[in-house]
Ligand binder design. Structure first.
Ligand code: ADP
Ligand code: MG
Length: 308
């Protein structure tokens, strides 16, 4: 796929006070691209989205959407631009109005048929058909979050900013919603930036991933490359349980329990995690984690191998 560069974040720095929250951040987002921003809580993900939306004035640098410079409140009377929509962590909906009216609010009244069709299409994407006529105040947190996503999509933005978009949504619905929403964005060629600490929002959907830590971007690559070759423990920890052995990072599934080997460890505990068990064991006075098909009793002496 050929991407055209649409968003340019050029060397930006920002702090709420004199201390910077973000320093010298550089990246681009192409047309229709899905970019994930990950980082621990407090690493500045939401701040970065707010800056891209034009919520605050930059201390340094520049943000461009095509040829338009995104300006903060000091230079722009009304925050925001038509081509960009933002679903923040606090979604402000109209509580006393129905789901469909919230979603259709910004659609033209002059084409009622079109408006109705578009509203129903969006309700379907976020799987809220049974609640179309329900007042938003009577919805759960997760349902409200879905209304906020549909409303942001209503006016077909060119870029969508999503801040932990599925955080309030239960596991029963999460996976299908992710597929619906991200598939729709690709179909419409809408660029998106997703701030998250959930790998399931990223794997399978993001074209590119940026890792924020200590005010800076510490890694930028495809999810596949970062997963396969996590250069730092912080990156590995985003994906799976991991170990550091001889200064190298190995995921739990890269250690294999075998009949005999020079590497020996003593089982401390077994945790069921669905497909496998996670075995916690003591190796060289440190805890290691090994993925195994069955549970093992405490104090069992095991041998293990490292496979790449
Ligand atoms: P994340 O979204 O990755 O959890 P945030 O962007 O919310 O991180 O926060 C980054 C840092 O900025 C944190 O240290 C947070 O306390 C601080 N911060 C966030 N919002 C504000 C604000 N409105 N005023 C002052 N400090 C803030
Ligand atoms: Mg946040």
């Amino acid at each position: 796929m050929v991407f055209l560069c649409m968003l340019q974040v050029k060397h930006i720095s920002f702090g709420y006070t004199k201390t910077n929250v973000l320093s010298h951040i550089d990246f681009i987002v192409n047309s229709g691209e899905n970019l994930a921003i990950i980082g621990e809580s407090g690493s500045g993900k939401s701040t970065l989205l707010n800056l891209i939306f034009g919520e605050y004035d930059l201390d340094q640098g520049q943000i461009l959407w095509k040829d338009t410079e995104i300006l903060g409140p000091k230079f722009n009377l009304v925050v925001g631009y038509d081509f960009i929509k933002y679903v923040s962590q606090e979604f402000d909906l109209m509580p006393f109005t129905s789901v469909e009216d919230n979603i259709g609010k910004h659609l033209s009244r002059f084409y009622p048929k079109e408006k109705e069709k578009r509203t129903q299409e969006l309700i379907k994407i976020v799987e809220l058909e049974p609640f179309a006529k329900t007042k938003v105040k009577n919805l759960s947190g997760g349902q409200k979050q879905r209304v906020a996503i549909a409303r942001a999509l209503a006016k077909e933005p060119e870029i969508l900013l999503l801040d932990e978009p599925f955080s309030h949504i239960d596991n029963f619905k999460k996976q299908s919603l992710r597929r619906n929403v991200f598939k729709y964005l690709k179909q419409q060629n809408i660029s998106c930036i997703v701030a998250t600490h959930d790998k399931n929002d990223v794997l399978g959907f993001a074209d590119k991933m940026i890792v924020l830590d200590d005010k800076k971007i510490i890694a930028e690559d495809t999810p596949q490359n970062l997963y396969k070759n996590p250069k730092l423990p912080l990156i590995a920890s985003f994906f799976e349980e991991f170990n550091i052995i001889n200064d190298k990072i190995y995921y739990a599934h890269q250690l294999r329990i075998v009949e005999s080997s020079d590497l020996k460890a003593r089982v401390k505990q077994s945790y069921f995690n669905g497909q496998n068990w996670l075995i916690e064991a003591e190796f060289n006075k440190k805890l290691i984690y090994i993925s195994h098909r069955e549970s093992l009793s405490t104090d069992t002496l095991i041998s293990f191998k490292i496979s790449k």
